[in-house]
Design a protein around this ligand. Structure first.
Ligand code: AMP
Ligand code: ZN
Ligand code: ZN
Length: 464
């Protein structure tokens, strides 16, 4: 009997060690924080001293030109960053939309933002992360306070533009800490977009705004350090688009060319979605097509393939794209901004910043260009998640990561690289099986030498 107790306790303690090993392996999952400073143009970092952005570039990677997706607006591009899909595929085709099937409109300022079906042509990364048994945290990222496919991020904040950057960061740091830590977080901040619209990107007053964003990044770095997360969490800092300067002498007035009775305009400058009234498409199109050299009018089916902006019912039958720096209004009574974005995504002024650092990233490495759709497979690779079908390509951005020569297969929820804890677990597992077999054989051999009455009673005992 004592021998059997030894076997039992040996087996149980080995089991315990194995369980502990596998839970510490969970703890070693890659962690990733994706930060977006709305409207942070790629070259803003060169205007004023930005020591915190510079530090990230030195410690990690930067990409000089990131081609975002058409149209270069906030909602479409933020959803692209977390799905790897162009707007025509993920369905958030503009900040203001009309869905002819549901006969409903969407405005980023309206409550319909919370109607999940608008978002459900795609699955954002936080949902995929959670489906793989991990935890996500979201501080105000567009769509992150919506139950997409019935799932909220594990931790999230309802959108509140008045919540300070510092509070958002503190929430994320909490979520990244402790035994129930998230492994994926997203953080959104409204600036410098808002100031870029109000002041115009060329205003010297923007220098102060950019310096302030750098300080905010410094705050985030400091908090990560204090929490012991700085060298653990992979940090990506990017944006949805850039910004360009507007002027009062570059205004196109639609009323000059076509009567308002013939159409509804859905999304506004600089890419206007036009929904002609029943039977009026040709009339509206003919009125607009050669009306002004600073705009191009496309019938939906003529939108160039490389825009990736055609195959969705939420894209209107006609779109008008104006040249960089031009504003399109119905007449001059509307409100006028000094800066805007939404222009063609091939324009450098529309391109966002991209810097990243952390254990997954190379050090002091500059890459010339990437597409924002490539970020999704890159993040999946860091997180060890199998990407859903997407428009991006991991191989185009693999060079940003360490170990470019031997890419690891990504299958959730196994970590990207076999860890030390996993090796220890395997050795202990093998030892357990061998030890168990050894003791078992010993027992059987001993039993053959026992008196019959004892031997019978032991045979009736279960081994465990
Ligand atoms: P845009 O002009 O396309 O850059 O839109 C930027 C604006 O989008 C911000 O100034 C916010 O007012 C708004 N915004 C961003 N995220 C959200 C959100 N999750 N919910 C509602 N509005 C948002
Ligand atoms: Zn934006
Ligand atoms: Zn904006």
């Amino acid at each position: 009997m004592p021998d059997l107790l030894v076997i039992k306790s040996c087996f149980l303690s080995c089991l315990l060690v194995l369980l502990q090993t596998s839970s510490s392996q969970q703890d070693e999952q890659s962690q990733l924080l994706l930060v977006s400073f709305d409207g942070f143009r790629w070259d803003y970092v060169n205007r004023v001293p930005t020591p915190n952005f510079r530090a990230l570039m030195d410690e990690g990677v930067q990409v000089e030109q990131v081609e975002n997706t058409y149209i270069t607006k906030t909602y479409p591009n933020h959803y692209t960053l977390v799905t790897g899909l162009h707007a025509e595929t993920h369905g958030i085709v503009a900040n203001e939309m009309y869905d002819p099937i549901h006969n409903l409109t969407f405005s980023m300022e309206g409550s319909e933002v919370y109607d999940a079906w608008w978002w459900e042509e795609a699955v954002p990364l936080w949902v995929t992360n959670q489906k793989a048994g991990r935890k996500s945290g979201a501080a105000m990222w567009p769509g992150s306070d919506v139950a997409i496919g019935g799932t909220y991020p594990t931790h999230y904040l309802s959108y509140n533009a008045s919540m300070t950057f510092e509070t958002r960061v503190e929430k994320l740091i909490d979520w990244f800490s402790g035994p129930e830590a998230i492994n994926f977080g997203v953080l959104y901040w409204e600036e410098p977009d808002e100031s870029g619209h109000n002041l115009g990107p060329e205003s010297p007053l923007m220098d102060v705004v950019i310096a302030d964003i750098d300080e905010k990044l410094g705050f985030l770095r400091g908090k990560l350090r204090t929490a012991g997360l700085y060298d653990k969490v992979n940090l990506i800092v990017t944006s949805d688009h850039g910004m360009t300067q507007l002027s009062h002498d570059k205004i196109i007035e639609l009323d000059t060319y076509v009567s308002r009775d013939l159409y509804t305009w859905i999304d506004k400058s600089p890419v206007v979605g036009i929904l002609p009234k029943e039977g009026k498409l040709e009339e509206v199109y003919n009125s607009l097509k050669n009306a002004n050299p600073n705009m191009v009018v496309y019938k939906k089916e003529e939108i160039p393939d490389h825009y990736h902006y055609r195959h969705n019912v939420r894209i209107m039958p006609l779109i008008i794209e104006v040249k960089e720096g031009w504003t399109i209004m119905q007449n001059r009574n509307g409100s006028f901004m000094l800066g805007n974005h939404g222009y063609n995504n091939s324009l450098p002024s529309m391109h966002p910043l991209f810097v990243a650092r952390g254990p997954a990233f190379r050090c002091d490495y500059t890459k010339a260009s990437m597409r924002s759709v490539d970020l999704y497979p890159l993040m999946c690779s860091i997180l060890g998640l199998k990407p859903l079908p997407n428009n991006g390509s991991l191989s185009s951005v693999q060079d940003l990561l360490v170990e470019t020569s031997t890419p690891k297969p990504v299958v959730p929820p196994v970590p990207r690289e076999p860890s030390c804890a996993w090796a220890v677990g395997s050795v202990l597992g093998a030892a357990l099986v061998i030890g168990f077999l050894f003791i078992f054989v010993q027992q059987v051999t001993q039993r053959q030498h026992l008196p019959l009455h004892l031997s019978n009673s032991e045979i009736t005992q279960p081994l465990l």
